[in-house]
Design a protein around this ligand. Structure first.
Ligand code: ADP
Length: 503
């Protein structure tokens, strides 16, 4: 049994790549054509037959189409016409008859018409073979198979991807050759193809040598003019490397997500440690005060009670801070309400009043008379103001001359802290905290808001990083507005809330 040609797919799928060199043409064909030409010429010229023998030149023209180019064919055709005319002249030079002339004309017409038809066929074949050649240029593997899965076309891309040559796959079934692994099953893919004339999905195919290939496969069903399915055109794009890279990316993302969670936990722990420091210090101070009132010869119950009440409220505040920080890291909105930044500042300053006093800081405030309402978490925003105020206070106290002398004048300037609220031109609510400290350290301006950046011997570098997380979680921004050896201004702004009725 001869193996089917794999360059001539069944059905109406366009046959890719008919061979331009016509390999099926026997090598002796030009010789045979020449011999035939000679026979026709001799018969036409010397036989007494009253028959248009020259018509037989059409056979020569058809034979020449098998091995000649377009130009060669025209030359052969012209030669045949010339031989017809030569015979006519040699035979009828002396006695021209109407019937002989008619026979001559019929022969010339037959040769001309045949040449035209052959040329047209030649042009169509050339166009088709050009198109078919393009199919060999693509990197995709293209194959055509019959409904019983026999491969009838196999392009160069398929040869390169799978390692089998066209000759090797002739007559074999695609499933057997490629050991196709379907996402569901072959039957399911065929069912979709029959219903919609299309199927696409990801397949795994065996290769002749080497590991299996993962391909994005697209199938199209070809039907004949009666609508019956005849063959399947399959285009497979190799996505093995892409799938491998995607898997690596997924693994990296999973690891990154894990690292992120670990980092968030680390930051949360550090933030809690940083933020509860202040209420804890207040608790200890108030508890000690209370003990002192009680230790008097005549215990001052009232004063002691007041100090213990402050312990309770600081304790509550510490637990509230922890709870709100967890909310911040969980990125939840549930703790937000309408408020003004004026009220946030007013709530915060009493919490640091004592420390400001002990550091001999002169506090000035300036409030926006018509503050815009913002949607915010009061405790978290208090933390922002508190961190900015504490930083300003620490910056002013850390000045060298100041520590040595105990003088609250820094380089001749008083320790002055200004907290102001204002409405920006774009309607956002802004808070500024200005100090008369030494200004930012040299690389501080860029790294200020990074977690764990600190220049203080006992600092954690979390305060401003927490501030930024809180402000950004509120849709706002925080920045260093000014810094010089005479002091710094840190500012944050928040977008106004939609409704304006804030507490
Ligand atoms: P910490 O206070 O624990 O160091 P922060 O994140 O609050 O952490 O601050 C980071 C650093 O920014 C500080 O160590 C300090 O160098 C600098 N800094 C912050 N605020 C001021 C300020 N008002 N003046 C000068 N330096 C400041």
């Amino acid at each position: 049994m001869s193996s089917p040609s794999i360059t001539a797919p069944a059905g109406s799928v366009r046959p890719p790549a008919p061979d331009r060199r016509k390999p099926g043409t026997p090598r002796a064909m030009p010789l045979l054509a020449a011999l035939l030409t000679l026979c026709i010429f001799v018969t036409d010229t010397f036989s007494p037959l009253n028959f248009a023998v020259a018509v037989l030149y059409v056979i020569v023209v058809v034979m020449a189409a098998g091995f000649c180019s377009r130009r060669g064919l025209l030359a052969v055709s012209a030669g045949c016409v010339a031989l017809t005319l030569l015979s006519y002249m040699l035979t009828h030079m002396l006695s021209i008859t109407d019937s002989a002339t008619l026979r001559g004309l019929v022969s010339v017409a037959a040769i001309t018409v045949t040449t035209l038809l052959v040329l047209r066929n030649h042009a169509a074949t050339t166009a088709l073979s050009e198109q078919a050649r393009l199919l060999d240029l693509t990197h995709d593997a293209i194959l055509v198979r019959t409904l019983d899965d026999t491969v009838t076309y196999w392009n160069r891309g398929a040869e390169e991807l799978y390692g089998w040559t066209k000759a090797a796959v002739a007559g074999r079934t695609a499933t057997d050759l490629l050991q196709t692994q379907f996402p569901l099953s072959r039957a399911a893919a065929m069912e979709t193809l029959m219903q919609t004339d299309r199927w696409e999905g990801v397949l795994v195919h065996a290769r002749r040598d080497g590991p299996p290939a993962t391909v994005a496969s697209r199938w199209s069903l070809e039907r004949n003019e009666r609508g019956q399915p005849v063959s399947i055109l399959e285009i497979n794009t190799d996505i093995t490397d892409h799938v491998r890279a995607q898997e690596a990316l997924n693994r990296a993302q999973a690891e990154l997500a894990h690292a992120n969670r670990v980092m968030t936990m680390g930051e949360l722990t550090a933030s809690i440690a940083h933020e509860v420091n202040q209420p804890l210090a207040a608790i200890v101070t108030n508890a000690e005060t209370s003990l002192r009132w009680l230790a008097r010869a005549e215990p001052q119950i009232g004063e002691a009670r007041a100090a213990i009440e402050r312990v309770v409220s600081d304790g509550r505040r510490a637990s509230e801070v922890i709870w709100r920080l967890r909310a911040l890291f969980r990125k939840t909105d549930e703790t937000k309400a309408l408020l003004t930044l004026n009220s946030v500042i007013e709530d915060t300053l009493p919490l640091v009043e004592r420390e400001l006093f002990s550091h001999q800081v002169i506090l000035q405030t300036s409030f926006d008379p018509e503050p815009p309402a913002v949607q915010g978490d009061r405790t978290q925003l208090q933390q922002v103001v508190m961190n900015l105020v504490v930083n300003a206070m620490q910056a002013m106290s850390q000045q060298a001359g100041d520590q040595q002398t105990g003088d609250h004048q820094t380089g001749g300037l008083p320790r002055r802290l200004t907290v102001r609220s204002l409405r920006q031109e774009d309607g956002q609510a802004r808070v500024e905290v200005q100090d008369s400290g030494p200004g930012m350290p040299p690389d501080g301006a860029e790294r200020l808001f990074e977690a764990f950046f600190t220049t203080k011997p006992t600092g954690m570098g979390m305060g401003l990083s927490i501030c930024r997380s809180i402000v950004e979680a509120h849709g706002g921004r925080i920045w260093l507005a000014e810094t010089s050896p005479r002091g710094s201004v840190l500012a944050f702004s928040l977008p106004p809330a939609e409704e304006e009725n804030a507490a």
